[in-house]
Write a protein of this length. Structure first.
Length: 115
């Protein structure tokens, strides 16, 4: 899935990558993949992840890949995959969003890569 994200006036195309293991985990836990990817909080999360140490957003690229690499529901019900296995390029940001911020049911982790 692709999503256009506004980064301080510049529209950047973000490709969401859901590894097969993550898709299987979502299905097993009855999490709607489409609803998960279309959550309106993604734009804010991406924006905040791309802030540099001076709180300026890094928007010097036209497109990037966001690899979902971690989902945690409970201590004995979680999955983590190495995001580097699903894209090439330089990682410019990653985040782990805790329960309650993105979803009340689970935590999610991701990494953003540019080529």
């Amino acid at each position: 899935m692709f999503k256009d994200v506004n980064l301080d006036g510049k529209i950047v195309k973000i490709e969401f990558v859901l590894p097969a293991e993550i898709k299987k985990f979502l299905r097993k836990n009855n999490i709607d993949e489409d609803k998960f990817l279309k959550n309106p909080k993604w734009e804010q999360c991406i924006y905040e992840t791309l802030l540099d140490e001076n709180f300026e957003v890094r928007n010097y690229f036209k497109k990037a890949k966001l690899v979902i690499d971690y989902i945690h529901i409970a201590q004995d019900n979680q999955i983590r995959v190495p995001p580097e296995s699903f894209t090439k390029g330089k990682c410019i940001g990653s985040a782990n969003l805790t329960k309650g911020f993105f979803s009340m049911d689970f935590s999610v982790g991701y990494a953003i890569f540019i080529q």
